[in-house]
Write a protein that binds this ligand. Structure first.
Ligand code: G
Ligand code: G
Ligand code: NA
Ligand code: MN
Length: 257
């Protein structure tokens, strides 16, 4: 059976689920929200999105998958809200084809309305390369989304082809430092220089900056000392099932004692 047919079945039979990786504030040490990451439960095995998102993109299944992700993430965020965590946000990854889909804005607005999520608590993560594919269309699409109240992050910043001059033209809120630049800190002095520059750039442009892939205390200290707003990474937590994420919230665990 081709992966394409299996993907079709997976959408229809509800084989997808989301896990949530906590994001933590470096000023308070508290969980501020989570990034939703899709998982495919295929015959008892978990398939990584790296292995099926590209095929889903090529075959167009990404549109249905993306709608599932957005809807589930918003529903879960509303659950967290009802548990009393009223400021917690949720971020969803949008792939290139989804971002270029002419129904994207309607789809996002429809899901905001049907789930009742406060749109300020919904974030969309879009990679630098996706944004750069067609700059005029990107600016228009982002403007519509921002007008509806959602927060936009540039994902994997520093790994793509963006010219810095576009940063000020895009209505965005958060810059995410790619894990690639964090993983060899403090050993790699080039990565220290690059990460420092990205953080300073973000601050200079009044953007929030979140470091991805923080795995060690040293990396955490680096991010805090250089003025990152938040971190994500295995040091604090791996991605968790929605239930495990809610347990974490209820436990009150923070980054600092
Ligand atoms: O969660 P993990 O580290 O395995 O994710 C691998 C890649 O898949 C990352 O680049 C991530 O952005 C992407 N990814 C995870 N979930 C989604 C999703 O729901 N939609 C899209 N388009 N990409 C996702
Ligand atoms: O492309 P994107 O930034 O969305 O990808 C996020 C991916 O990074 C997810 O697949 C997530 O599982 C993974 N990830 C998150 N934190 C860490 C970390 O600390 N170390 C490593 N190796 N991977 C991480
Ligand atoms: Na992401
Ligand atoms: Mn990223």
């Amino acid at each position: 059976v081709s992966l394409e047919r299996e993907l079709r079945r997976a959408v229809q039979q509800g084989e997808f689920d989301l896990v949530y990786q906590p994001k933590v504030s470096l000023s308070t040490g508290r969980v501020t929200g989570a990034e939703a990451l899709i998982r495919w439960n295929k015959d008892g095995r978990i398939v990584s999105p790296q292995d099926f998102i590209p095929v889903a993109e090529e075959t167009g299944h990404i549109i249905a998958i993306g709608r599932f992700v957005l809807n589930k993430a918003c529903e879960d965020a509303v659950k967290w809200h009802k548990l009393g965590f009223k400021d917690l946000d949720v971020a969803v990854n949008l792939s290139a084809r989804q971002f270029r889909d002419e129904n994207l804005i309607d789809s996002v607005c429809g899901i905001i309305d049907s789930t009742g999520i406060d749109p300020r608590l919904l974030g969309l993560e879009i990679t630098e390369n996706t944004m750069m594919e067609d700059i005029q269309t990107t600016i228009i699409a982002l403007a519509h989304l921002v007008q509806r109240g959602v927060k936009i992050s540039i994902d994997d910043f520093g790994t793509g082809y963006s010219s810095l001059s576009y940063l000020k033209k895009f209505p965005i809120h958060v810059l995410k430092v790619d894990r690639q630049f964090i993983k060899d800190i403090p050993d790699d002095t080039d990565d220290i220089a690059i990460s420092t520059a990205i953080i300073n750039l973000a601050k200079g442009l009044n953007l929030q900056v979140v470091a991805e892939g923080v795995e060690t205390q040293e990396q955490l200290d680096f991010c805090r000392e250089h003025g990152c707003d938040g971190i994500q990474g295995y040091f604090f937590s791996r991605p968790l099932s929605c239930d495990a994420f809610m347990e974490l919230l209820l436990s009150g665990r923070t980054l600092y004692q």
